[in-house]
Design a protein around this ligand. Sequence first.
Ligand code: HEC
Ligand code: HEC
Length: 325
Amino acid sequence: MFKAIGKVFGFLLLVLGIFLSIGHAVTSLTGGEKAAAGAVEISPEGGESVYWGKGRCFTCHSMGDRGSAVRGPNHGAFGDKFPLPMGARAVERAKERSAKTGQTYTATDYLVESLAAPGAHIVEGYKNEMAVVYAPPISLNLKEVKAVIAYLQSQGGDVNLDALEKNPSEISNKFFAKIAAAGAAGGGDPGAGEQVFASNCANCHTVKKGEGGGIGPGLAGIAAKGVKFVEDSILRPSKSITPGFETWSVTEKDGRKTVGLKTGESGTEVVITKATGDKVPIAKAEIKEMEQDKDSSVMPDNLNEAMTVKDLQDVLAYMMTLKAE
Ligand code: HEC
Ligand code: HEC
């Protein structure tokens, strides 16, 4: 039985591995020549190759007269609508964002936010359809995102490598952490992962700091355990059981069997909480046998069946944003 389960999971991991490498190959193929050739440099030139290549910015944006896409704002100085090229425009937009949010935005912060959380500020006259550039199918890594920002800054603004690399502001840093986390989890989309979590996991887990677990342990700060651990927890929950969340199996004298977590005990009864959340009080006098089952978790081992490979990548990316701080 366990061997068979092991085989199934081994197979699933293999499929996942193949999927990831195909995904990588496809991204490299469709990406720009230069971007695919190796790591980009965080410089306007590096960013230019991302913009017109792997980043696919050109499919929605133009740069002055270069390119023809109009779905997103032109990033150059262009006609009456865009008197300022993007580097200079970002300075103005940063002022708007500061006034709106009460936080102090730099021009760099505005550009970082535009790429990492495009929905936060929608340019007037456009729809909220800017791609989340670090999520599939574009999946830029942190270096590529920084490079493309340097490129945009070079359009009539100051290229601020210090703010991109050495001393990022608090606002930029928050987004950089998110992008790095997505990269570490195979380019999943943490925003979509939050939805996956809501429908597959939230009935048992909480993610807020200070909140205890529900049926399962609270997951605030889980990122610290690393993506491999979290992936294992989802695909093979029984492999390592979180202390305090062991599975108990209680058989009563009348033959009834209850399996779940031991969530209460007094002199006369124990309370078992089942995976469904039902709490079952059992009188000690009625118990024939009570034992801990070290080989199976209350967390179901078939959760991945209800999820697509993308769901799994996305939920992993979301888990990697849960930092203790
Ligand atoms: C699917 C189309 C699409 C793709 C791909 C896309 N964008 Fe956008 N972008 C938009 C749209 C639409 C807007 C305007 C709505 C908004 O502000 O979110 C926008 C807005 C922006 C802005 C704010 C512009 C301003 O005037 O303030 C920046 C900066 C930006 N995109 C950069 C990029 C970069 C860099 C890339 C590539 C890595 C990219 N975009 C890829 C559609 C896209
Ligand atoms: C039916 C309840 C249930 C559901 C649904 C569930 N879990 Fe769990 N989870 C648990 C229990 C119980 C544990 C503790 C036992 C163990 O480690 O296997 C746990 C443990 C974990 C751990 C290890 C935590 C630690 O600190 O060691 C992670 C990570 C986790 N779950 C993530 C998820 C994710 C992601 C989902 C959704 C895809 C999910 N769980 C769905 C019940 C559940």
